[in-house]
Design a binder for this molecule. Structure first.
Ligand SMILES: O=C(O)CC1=CCC(=O)O1
Length: 96
């Protein structure tokens, strides 16, 4: 199943710099691993915001929840999920 996910990040200003750097490094490794697995298909920065728009391709709601709640930045994110399905007018065969 495909999901459109928006992640707004809000890291507290008083978080120690070394802790912040550690979380960001783990976040990057975690998302890159999922991208390599094909589960995290797209990640885009939202211009002018500390936020991203992502497309995830996972088995079901339970797997999506497991992945999102495992994000190192999860405690500092507001996440919105929209389930997607193929549009009847879509012409790309390799994109569902
Ligand atoms: O910087 C972000 O948008 C948060 C994030 C999610 C996955 C990742 O690598 O960074």
């Amino acid at each position: 199943m495909l999901y459109h996910v928006t992640m707004d990040v809000n890291i507290p200003r008083d978080l120690p710099a070394d802790e912040r750097a550690d979380i960001l490094a783990r976040e990057k490794a975690y998302s890159r691993d999922l991208q390599r697995q094909g589960k995290w298909r797209h990640i885009w920065r939202v211009a002018g915001q500390y936020a991203n728009v992502s497309i995830l391709d996972v088995q079901d709601n339970a797997e999506l929840h497991e992945i999102l709640s495992g994000l190192p930045l999860f405690p500092f994110m507001e996440i919105k999920v929209t389930p997607l399905l193929r549009h009847p007018s879509a012409i790309r065969e390799d994109d569902s």
